[in-house]
Design a protein around this ligand. Structure first.
Ligand code: ADP
Length: 226
């Protein structure tokens, strides 16, 4: 599904962010990417989302070279990827329901689809009782659950979760990881970046360790090698 082929990325100021990165991700996999700050994790995610070019090598998504996707076709590719961030990025003046509904409106879904799907995904993340709360009325864990509902509501093929538990306490971290696992069990590919050793060990899934822009370890079952 995803193939990084000998990817290097040098930023204009000369910083080498990635060097000779090669790995692939199969449909339905759950991959964690770990590494110290500055190891290149965010740069990897950005290339996958078509934000910026590789300096050499290529990144492909279902055999399509992301660098060669035309600007006008980019939204179609992006719709296939749901993204979750450490800082949630919800709209503060919209309720949980409206934040999720808004993602469906942008994707051109009908009012009927919105009315039936939004409660369903909010139930999946166990937030049915708080769907009319505004972000300021929700805890960190609840905010991240709304963000997950928003990321999955348009049925993406891939979820990218960039440090999704970075702002959460251990109990909420555990819950978010369980939800991501559930989404993966339902068939969606998940790529997670994290610093959290406990998360990776609890998952027991594949882990790629990055260091100074290189893949230094690719372990099939949850070993954290930092
Ligand atoms: P991580 O997500 O693992 O913390 P990043 O991909 O953000 O790593 O960064 C990898 C390296 O690239 C770091 O040395 C960082 O300082 C550098 N870097 C990231 N973005 C830029 C940029 N826009 N311009 C120059 N250097 C950058």
């Amino acid at each position: 599904m995803i193939y990084f082929d000998n990817v290097s990325k040098i930023y204009p100021d000369g910083t080498v962010a990635l060097e000779g990165v090669t790995f692939s991700v199969k449909q339905g996999e759950f991959l964690s990417i770990v590494g110290h700050s500055g190891a290149g994790k965010t740069t990897l995610m950005k290339l996958l989302l078509g934000e910026g070019d590789c300096t050499s090598g290529s990144v492909s998504f279902d055999s399509v070279d992301i660098q060669k996707v035309k600007m006008k076709d980019m939204p179609n590719l992006r719709r296939r990827i749901g993204v979750i961030f450490q800082d949630f990025r919800l709209l503060p003046n919209k309720t949980a329901y409206e934040n999720v509904a808004f993602a469906m409106e942008i994707a051109g879904k009908t009012d009927e689809e919105i009315a039936s799907d939004v409660p369903h995904v909010l139930e999946l993340v166990d937030l049915s009782k708080k769907m009319w709360n505004f972000p300021r009325q929700l805890s960190g864990g609840e905010l991240q659950r709304v963000a997950i509902a928003r990321a999955i509501v348009n049925h993406p093929d891939l979820i990218i979760a960039d440090e999704p538990t970075g702002n959460l306490d251990p109990i909420n971290t555990y819950e978010i990881v369980q939800i991501l696992k559930k989404i993966n069990d339902l068939g969606t590919t998940v790529i997670l970046t994290t610093h959290n050793k406990g998360v990776v060990e609890a998952l027991g899934k594949r882990v790629i360790t990055m260091d100074h822009g290189r893949v230094v370890r690719d372990d099939p079952n949850g070993k954290y090698a930092l």
